[in-house]
Ligand binder design. Structure first.
Ligand SMILES: Nc1ncnc2c1ncn2[C@@H]1O[C@H](COP(=O)(O)OP(=O)(O)OP(=O)(O)O)[C@@H](O)[C@H]1O
Ligand SMILES: [Mg+2]
Length: 239
């Protein structure tokens, strides 16, 4: 695929000497949103950490927009190739919302105009984040904090956006807000790889899904082939 933003070929990776993902091949096309689904411990986070260069023990190939990042150190991958919203958000809770956002834009620090544009785009997507911009992040609800974490990732303006279970721990209404925001992000033409346990959310946001189980990709489908709630998929693999 020539317009692939992410191309992973026969990737194996793990911790210590042990592989937890085995021979994974997957892709994300330009402007496509793709979900990586699978049960706890399947290796979803390990895939994202491999892409970010955070795991040293890895074999195979990872290319982002044609650039081979397989052996690239994490700080170089973070220079615009990919940015991650990590599992559990990891905000600096005693710093303000705006300071957390600006941390995401470190690579643009010599370009204040760019930083301002990115800040404006985050505030446009998440008006509630703008309202709280001067408050400490600890004063925000879980859903609002997750929006800040996504905003911080957007501030990097990466080629590829990676999100690790953004719905985790959120109340149902906050999940609805999150879903709408992710749909908008996709409509902006961003290339997204979304790890989720909420299949319904993934189906609303994504064009395609992969199912990961025990470190292997066991299925791949276009979301159009699945029902709105993905019941058959959940029953087959995730129930
Ligand atoms: N830092 C680590 N050191 C050793 N083993 C790890 C480490 N992190 C994860 N593992 C193991 O790797 C496997 C895959 O973990 P991973 O976190 O990628 O799964 P996951 O699909 O993201 O699960 P979850 O849905 O619970 O977040 C698990 O067996 C886990 O115990
Ligand atoms: Mg995980």
């Amino acid at each position: 695929m020539t317009d692939a933003v992410l191309q992973i070929e026969t990737l194996s990776a793990g911790y210590g000497r042990f592989d937890v993902i085995h021979d994974i091949s997957m892709s994300v096309a330009n402007g496509e949103a793709v979900a990586l689904l699978g049960p706890n411990g399947a290796g979803k986070t390990t895939v994202l950490r491999s892409i970010m260069g955070l795991i040293r023990h890895r074999r195979g190939a990872i290319r982002i927009a044609g650039t081979d990042v397989t052996k690239m150190p994490a700080h170089r991958v973070a220079k615009g190739h990919a940015a991650l919203v990590p599992e559990g958000r990891r905000l600096f809770l005693n710093q303000t919302v705006e300071d957390n956002l600006r941390l995401g834009a470190m690579r643009h620090r010599r370009n204040p105009q760019k930083v301002q544009e990115l800040l404006d785009s985050v505030f446009e997507l998440f008006p509630v984040v703008e309202r709280h911009r001067h408050r400490p992040s600890s004063a925000l609800s879980g859903g609002e904090q997750q929006m800040v974490a996504i905003g911080r990732m957007m501030m990097n303006d990466p080629t590829l956006m990676l999100l690790d279970e953004p719905s985790l721990g959120l109340a149902p209404l906050a999940i609805d807000d999150m879903t709408r925001a992710l749909v908008k992000l996709r409509q902006q033409g961003r290339s997204i790889l979304l790890v989720e346990q909420r299949v319904d959310l993934a189906l609303k946001v994504c064009d395609r899904i992969y199912v990961l189980s025990d470190g292997r990709i066991i299925d791949e489908k276009r979301t159009g082939e699945l029902g709105d709630d993905g019941r058959a998929l959940i029953d087959a693999y995730l129930g």
